[in-house]
Write a protein that binds this ligand. Structure first.
Ligand code: DGP
Length: 221
């Protein structure tokens, strides 16, 4: 009788607009997994703790300037720094919960425009350095209108936290979602926190309980 290969743990990504509650929900999901007996690995991009992450952090706070292409490649390199850790964790049976991933890379860099409002970096160019990263098994996109974001106190001080930019980023996330198919789940993040948490949990619980069949796949290959 052929032996069955063991199932691996899922890779869960939460993406979203600034002020969408993404970071709160990522922490809640991690805590809920723990409460129900699953120890997951929680990661966040950009990971500002590494040497590359510190360069990104300084750029985001406008404490330094960097060429648009150079900083895009730093964001991608920051994800590659954790690629093998993610893969090993999934194979070892420990789910990975990730706050932002390669989709933010395309949407934010691809939404930069020049003074005439024309894109600075082509979509395909933005996507290429992330090709081959571990692919998520599910991506929750936390969608929120700029009006709702404003009700929550508006955007913060960092470089991309401006309404015009967020609108372009939102359109770009919607475009990616259409291309990603069933892996991509759009969550109306303008609702009550508990409702959002329930919607996420409904889809994560069976994935974690049942595990995932087959090897970790690669993004966009
Ligand atoms: P956060 O720590 O989640 O608030 O994210 C910091 C900011 O960085 C946020 O405005 C989104 C942006 N960002 C995240 N990943 C990338 C990326 O790969 N490229 C670019 N250009 N921006 C990114």
């Amino acid at each position: 009788m052929a032996s069955q290969s063991p199932r691996r743990a899922p890779f869960i990504v939460i993406e979203g607009l600034d002020r969408s509650g993404k970071t709160t929900q990522t922490s809640r999901l991690y805590a809920r997994l723990k409460e129900t007996g699953t120890q997951a690995n929680l990661i966040k991009f950009p990971d500002r703790t590494t040497t590359i992450g510190q360069m990104i952090d300084s750029y985001l706070r406008s404490a330094s300037e960097l060429d648009d292409r150079a900083v895009h490649l730093l964001f991608s390199a920051n994800r590659w720094e954790l690629a093998s850790m993610i893969e090993k964790s999934l194979i070892a049976g420990t789910p990975v919960v990730c706050d932002r991933y390669a989709f933010s890379g395309i949407t934010f860099s691809g939404s930069k425009v020049n003074s005439e409002g024309e894109p600075l970096l082509p979509f395909e160019w933005c996507r290429s350095p992330d090709i081959g990263l571990p692919a998520p098994d599910i991506v929750f996109f936390f969608d929120i209108t700029p009006e709702k974001a404003k009700e929550r106190g508006g955007y913060g001080e960092e470089r991309y936290e401006k309404e015009e930019m967020q609108l372009r980023v939102r359109d770009s996330f919607h475009r990616i979602g259409r291309e990603m198919g069933t892996t991509w789940v759009t969550i109306d993040a303008g609702r009550e926190r508990d409702q959002v948490e329930q919607d996420v949990w409904k889809l994560v619980e069976p994935l974690v309980k049942e595990g995932v069949d087959g090897p970790v796949t690669k993004l966009w290959t």
